[in-house]
Design a protein. Sequence first.
Length: 161
Amino acid sequence: MDRIESVGDSGLFKRSEKKKKETKTLKVRGNFPSLIESVKEKRDINDRNPDKKYSRKDLEELLDTIYKQGEKLKEHPDMNNIMEYKSAVRAFLNKVVNGMVALEEKISGVNILRRKKFTLVKVIDKKLESLAAEVLKNQRDQIGILSAIEEINGLLVNLIT
């Protein structure tokens, strides 16, 4: 007959301890920290590029494409025009946001237990910020059309499911 091992030596208790440790380390992070991390990654990529600065000519070209696509969207509101308008606005906003906002991290206090990490978002270029606000204000009609179309598409998807 085989001998039965004692309960204390079995791996049963060790496994449960490992599971507890794993559940403690798997904490879900909120949306804001992940957003900050993604912006940091984009910043790192932009810092590697030699032509990080925006040029006035590039911004004017992007604005022209936004206005052209907006007029096309007003005349013929179909999916192609919607997608082209969205991509033009997205390209403009990416260019503007990358040039006008800087992130800075600070850690407070000397006590390790009470240390807090703060992330500051600073606006670098006020002109770019006002330009982006002006473009969004001028394109209000097209953006209203887009939001109505997106809302209708969402309702259709809800009906299908």
